[in-house]
Write a protein that binds this ligand. Sequence first.
Ligand SMILES: [Zn+2]
Length: 600
Amino acid sequence: MAFSHLQLNPQFVQAVRDAIDIVDVASGYTKLARAGKKWKGLCPIHKEKTPSFHVDADLGFFKCFGCGAGGDAIKLHMLLTGDDFAAAMESLAQRYGVPLPARHASHRGARSKSAGEVDPGEVLESAATWFREQLVRSERSRRYLERRRLPAELVESYGLGYAPEGWRNLIGAFAGKYSIGDLLDVGLAGRPEGGGEPYDRFRNRLMFPIRNAAGRLVGFGGRTLGDDVAKYVNTAETERFRKSSLLYGLDRAKRAIRDARRALLVEGYFDVLGAVASGVEGAVASMGTSLTVEQAKLLARFADEVVIGYDGDEAGQTAARRALPILLAQGLSVRRAQLPEGEDPDSLRLARGPEAVRAACDEADDLLVAEIERLAPADLHRNPHARSRAGKGITELIGVLPDALVRYGYARLAADRLGVPAQLVWQRVGVGRTSVAEALEPAAVGEATPGRRGEEEALRALLVAADRGLELPPLATLPPAAAFLDPDLRKFFAAFRSLYEAGETPTVRAVLARASEVALADEKAAQLLLESEDSPVPALEEALRNLRRRWQRSRLRELNREISEAERQGDRDRLAELLDDKHAINRELHGIEARDADLE
Ligand SMILES: [Zn+2]
């Protein structure tokens, strides 16, 4: 593989977990002060004036009572840097001195270097430096940048460079420093099909270093300064350079995006630079491909709102329309910058000045409202069939909104526009998910149901007891994992149970290491353990008893259904078996309930 990736074996993950200090990680982003046994500070994830960000160094968890984010140190690092799990493990391992596990064997066979592998990041950084040096020397690229009126400090801060004309400039300059294999690996060199001399991949191009959200250089984009038919060429797709999961400029823009909770999404490199040169912060580019779900998720980590600044032509309109549901589904609100026909942010800056770009972004319209109006033109009521089709398109869009209240708001707008009773739109929007009317019930807007709260309490009591080294109830008295209806909690409890069964102490750390969906489990654990500073740890026995009783009641209901089915089919053996089960559960349930009555 061009970029060998880490083997994320459980031992390595655990070693990193053990080595990280969450207070240290958090302190890199906010000032923490001691508050009793814990630490407190302004939340680095959302903007706030009074501290609601809590860190528990012992448990290794953080929780923000302002924005609700929570998790362990890895999660915090991921949220603040935009790293994915693998990248987070790599950078935290390096930071805390955990040796990286062996990389995948290279498909090119034995390497010439005896001192081990060359870090691909180092090769790329060396190339970026070399490209910058070439830019200073290149009359042609300097003239080109002057024509585009890009401020020198911007060219510098985005690290623009120049790959000179000719086939072996970079290869020649790097001879002795890196092998051809290293350059092929990171996509800086190519080799003709069927063999032959390797050549520089980028020739006579203005070079844009492309970094991931964490700021790690992963590849380049190059714009031709000649008449090459390929206007733009990118680093070949590798594991680390996957355009679909990268947003150009995010590493520089993420602070501004997080502060304003707003991002400007544009198409290309020059649009990003043009927007920033116009004083619009938070600009990122999807680099020519249509927006992917991964990119939208990346944006949603930092922003609440996305302003789309695609070209003001038909292609740009179509691209914006395609991006709309993808962004909406991530809970982002979407507006569209008012760019005049045929202009992109950079050309608008050159034609009418930076104020015009800022105004276009400030006056951006709600794109979902605009789409509703486009799909349902004003004279629609004259044609019932056309109205039905419009309604379908509109409700499909509204249906992707994850927030019931937002969905409700747009459903009402759509009903107005379509000239139909709101109820009709609500019904359609509710298809495949909770209907709006239901969704507005408290239980559906995220409040824990009593059942779920019981599950959380039991799990919390168990984890706290295990973590404090208290005695745990005998295994036989624990409810089965099936007693947990919430799938995440069930997974978590199953991990707890299996450790306990194996004779290990199911501490939070051990359970986390066992639970498969690590990031999710972390968040859950933080929620469970740091949920409220004041709420006491529920009494373990009582919590477990409640849970077990609830499970038995639901088992009984299920058994009754199965019993009548067996009766209907005249299956006597099955019936006898089911009745036995029913009596056993009844005995235990009533035994438990009798004990309850004694206590009262
Ligand atoms: Zn927060």
